[in-house]
Design a protein around this ligand. Sequence first.
Ligand code: LLP
Length: 433
Amino acid sequence: GNDMISKKDGILHIDGYKIEEIAKEYGTPLYIMSETQIKSNFDKYTQSFDRYTKETGKEVIFSFAYKANTNLAITTLLNKIGCGADVVSGGELYIAKLSKVPSSKIVFNGNCKLVEEIKMGIEADIRAFNVDGISDLILINETAKEMGKIANVAFRVNPNVDPKTHPKISTGLKKNKFGLDIEDGTALKAIKMAEEMENVKFVGIHCHIGSQLTQIDPFVEEAHKLMEFIVTLKEEGIEVRDLNIGGGLGIPYDKNTEIPVQADLAKAVIDTIVSYSDKIELPNLIVEPGRSIVGTAGVLVGKTIHRKETKVANWIMIDAGMNDMMRPAIYEAYHEITPCTIRDGTEEVLNIAGGLCESSDVFGKDRTIPTIKVGDYVAVLDVGAYGISMANNYNSRGKPAMVLTNEKEINLIRERESLADLIAKDIVPNHLL
Ligand code: LLP
């Protein structure tokens, strides 16, 4: 959960600071991230997976899914506390390198890696490319050959497991575009191909079945299928160095529902994996969490500009909008919304909207929350993952500023975009001038 964000006496705090005061100082819309919360979320991972190393002597590597949040301060912080990087583009690899992530902790995912990106990964000598298809493998091998190098490859397999999450963020079913099918033999065939190739080195198996998983069973099913596959590979004389189980652990967006935490994931997965210890030499473990490291650490603050009362609903309009945080608009995602300061004991049913010209620019509907008046600051919670990283400039709105808090200080970690930033890349041809 987000224990660094509290509602003492009806006033929303982050790391002990009043959120409203930070918003007044830095302006709105504003992302605020808690360094303390990120560290605590990450510590829970290292603590609960520690057992694997103790019992097996094998490494456990955490590679933060950069797509969840690539702010350079956040990625630098994560590197400092020992977290690696799961990157999916040349851009993310560039940021990982700037954050000084050691190459042994960088993995490269994606179903459509470009030659330029593959080159960057080979140049950086990353731990593994997670190969998503046979032509992806061929392209990596050819690129490495051209460079006179050898690329480390792991294979993303599709285990056909239902993650029981939102269809738009499910990835491990046969109908999804990702990975190589285990059941029909494609994965094995691809790995055998790799063994014959001169410029790739087979290092492991990878799998990611989906995001915002709220149950543990799918992870257990995934782990079993992966281990069975590793046994099959052993029978073929192929050793697996790394097993990457992907990310996907959910966070409690809705505080009324209990969902599994890092320790539950670790226990279930480790129990499953070690149950194969008499059959095979156990692999190193790689985990690629995104949301569960940064999600609960972020809030988005907007200021109430208008209220509108119609026959159907009471609306408040805030200066943050769907361009700052897309999740409610595109996945109908639920995020808790609360005024930063609760005025009195009164509550009302409100719709909370942004100011973009789209009907889907609504952060929450029919929310029973404390009364909000014009001028009040409003916080959208649990936006540290897939918030700023999915922000855009729709309606020619600059992306918001972002600050990072800890118990000692508050630092600006992203400048608010200016008007000039909005057209910085546009070019008007001469004949129009
Ligand atoms: N590894 C791979 C290969 C992935 O594709 C993803 C996320 C992760 C790891 C990290 O998953 P996490 O631990 O964050 O669940 N924009 C959506 C989420 C898309 C997730 C895509 N892949 C959202 O806002 O819910």
